[in-house]
Design a protein around this ligand. Structure first.
Ligand SMILES: *Cc1c(COP(=O)(O)O)cnc(C)c1O
Length: 453
C-alpha cells in the first residue's frame, strides 16, 4: 500500500447530489442586475436564455440539489474519476510534500466540462428546447456540450474564438463529430460579430465576443436557449462532484489537504474542486489554504477590479458583480484559451472578497515548463489550462523542499492536452512568448465598465 498511486471509488460512491455553497457563506453574494433597470434580475428576465430548472438552481438557497438519475447514468460513463498521488513528480522535485491530483481528463470530451454540459442538456431537453447555442474558447466546452447534446437529442451551435479556431482544428472536427455546428467568432452571422469585424477585421476574438454572439441567437429564437460552460452559480455547483469525490479519496489515502490549488478561467473546475473542501473548512474539520491560479495575460483576480460588469463584450447579459478586467478587454491569444475570460465567477469573486481564498498569476512559459515536467514524470499531458495549477503545485512543493514541510497538496488536473499539442510544439521549438500586460491596457479596458452601478 505504501507505493499506492491511484485512489478509485466504487460506482456506489458516485455523488447523488450537488453541493450549493451559497447558504453556508457568512454573507450572501450580490445579485445580478438587469442591464436596463439596474434592479436585481428575476427568473422572468432569464427565461429567454435558460430553462426554468437551471434558473432555480442559479438562485437556490438549498444546500444540496439531487442529481437526476438520467444525469447520473451518463456520469457513470467516466465517474467517479481517479485521484492520483504524483509520486514520480515528487521524487523528481525532491520534495517532502505529497502531491495529489484529481484527474478529470478521463471524460469523453477530455475535461471536467461534461460534468455540467450533461445536466444542462438534460434540463433543456426536459423543457422541450430544440437547440442550444454557446461559445467555446479552447474548444473543451463546445466539445462537451456537443457530446451532451448528442445524448439528449438537442442541436448544438458553437461560436469558437477565432484564435482557437485557427490553432485547434481537431477540436472543431471533434465538435462536428458529435453533430454540432461550429462558427469562428467574431462571425458575420450575428449583429454583435459584424460590429466587431467592422471595427477590427483581423480580430482574434475573445470569450466575451463569442458569448455575445451565442446569446444574441438564443434570445431571438424561441426554441433556442443558451448554455454557459463556467462563471454561473449552477455551473460551479454541477462541478462539485469533483470535490465530493476527492474528499472521499483523500480520506482513503488517510490524508487531509494543507494546500489546494486550481486554475481559474471562469472558475468552474476550481469552484467544483474547492467548494466541498470550503464546507469542511467552515465547519472546522480541516484548514487548507486555497489558491486560485490565473494566467498573467488575463489576471482578473490579481489585477482586475471588483465591480458590476457585463459577462459579454456587446453588453447583452445581466450585470454581474465580479472580478473583471472590463468586458472590452481582449487578452493576448495565449495557448490556455479556456482561461481567456475578462471576468470571474461572481460567487468565487465574492468568496475571494471574503478572504476565504487567495490568488496568484503565472506566465505561460512557466506553466508549459511545469506541464512538460508533469508529462515526463506522471505520463499525462496536461491541457494548457491546468499547467497553471501544476506550476503552482510545483512552486509549493519546492517551497516545502526548502522548509522541510511535509504538506499535502491537492489539485485538479481538469483536462488532458492531447488536442493542444501545437502549444507544446511551440514551447519545444522555443517559440512561446510571455507578453507583458501593461497597467495602461488594463486601465483602458476598465474605463469601459458600465457607469452608475
Ligand atoms: C474550460 C477549461 C478551463 C477553464 O474554465 P474554468 O471554468 O475556470 O474551469 C480550465 N481547464 C480546462 C481543461 C478547461 O476545459
Amino acid at each position: 500500500m505504501d507505493n499506492q498511486v491511484k485512489y478509485l471509488l466504487p460506482e456506489s460512491d458516485l455523488p447523488r447530489q450537488w453541493y450549493n455553497i451559497v447558504p453556508d457563506l457568512p454573507a450572501p453574494p450580490p445579485p445580478p442586475l438587469h442591464p436596463g433597470t439596474r434592479e436585481p434580475v428575476g427568473p422572468d428576465d432569464l427565461a429567454p436564455l435558460f430553462p426554468a430548472a437551471l434558473i432555480m438552481q442559479e438562485v437556490s438557497q438549498e444546500s444540496y440539489i439531487p442529481i437526476p438519475e438520467p444525469v447520473r447514468d451518463v456520469y457513470r460513463l467516466w465517474r467517479p474519476t481517479p485521484l492520483f498521488r504524483a509520486r514520480r513528480l515528487e521524487r523528481d522535485l525532491g520534495t517532502p510534500a505529497r502531491i495529489y491530483y484529481k484527474y478529470e481528463g478521463v471524460s469523453p470530451a477530455g475535461s471536467h466540462k461534461p460534468n455540467t454540459a450533461v445536466p444542462q442538456a438534460y434540463y433543456n431537453a426536459a423543457e422541450g428546447v430544440r437547440k442550444l447555442t454557446t461559445e467555446t474558447g479552447a474548444g473543451q466546452w463546445g466539445t462537451s456540450l456537443a457530446f451532451a447534446g448528442a445524448l439528449f437529442g438537442i442541436d448544438v451551435e458553437v461560436w469558437m474564438v477565432r484564435s482557437s479556431y485557427d490553432q485547434k482544428p481537431y477540436r472543431k472536427m471533434l465538435m462536428e463529430t458529435y453533430g454540432a455546428t461550429v462558427h469562428a467568432s467574431p462571425s458575420p452571422i450575428t449583429q454583435a460579430g459584424r460590429a466587431i469585424l467592422d471595427a477590427s477585421p483581423d480580430s482574434t476574438g475573445s470569450l466575451g465576443i463569442a458569448i455575445s454572439e451565442a446569446v444574441e441567437v438564443a434570445a431571438t429564437n424561441p426554441d433556442t436557449r443558451y448554455a454557459l460552460g463556467s462563471v454561473l452559480n449552477h455551473v460551479l455547483m454541477h462541478q462539485t462532484v469533483i470535490g465530493e469525490e476527492a474528499i472521499k479519496q483523500l480520506a482513503q489515502a488517510g490524508e487531509t489537504p494543507d494546500v489546494i490549488v486550481g486554475c481559474t478561467g471562469g472558475g468552474s473546475n476550481f469552484g467544483g474542486l474547492v467548494f466541498p473542501f470550503l464546507r469542511e473548512k467552515l465547519a472546522g474539520r480541516m484548514d487548507p489554504v486555497i489558491r486560485a491560479v490565473e494566467p498573467a495575460a488575463c489576471p482578473s483576480f490579481t489585477r482586475g477590479t471588483y465591480a458590476y460588469d457585463f459577462g459579454d463584450t456587446a453588453g447583452l447579459t445581466p450585470l454581474l458583480k465580479m472580478h473583471t478586467l472590463g468586458h472590452e478587454f481582449v487578452p493576448d491569444p495565449i495557448h490556455a484559451g479556456g482561461l481567456r475570460y475578462h471576468g470571474m465567477s461572481p460567487l468565487l469573486s465574492h468568496i475571494y472578497e471574503l478572504g476565504m481564498i487567495e490568488a496568484v498569476a503565472k506566465p505561460q512559459s512557466e506553466c508549459f515548463a511545469a506541464g512538460l515536467r508533469f508529462a515526463r514524470t506522471e505520463g499525462i499531458v496536461p491541457a494548457p489550462e491546468p499547467t497553471h495549477a501544476v506550476a503552482a503545485c510545483i512552486e509549493e512543493a519546492l517551497r516545502c523542499k526548502e522548509t522541510g514541510e511535509e504538506k499535502v497538496i491537492l489539485t485538479a488536473l481538469c483536462g488532458h492536452g492531447l488536442l493542444d499539442l501545437q502549444a507544446y510544439g511551440d514551447y519545444l521549438a522555443g517559440q512561446m512568448q510571455d507578453l507583458e500586460l501593461s497597467g495602461d491596457a488594463i486601465a483602458e479596458a476598465l474605463r469601459g465598465l458600465p457607469a452608475g452601478v
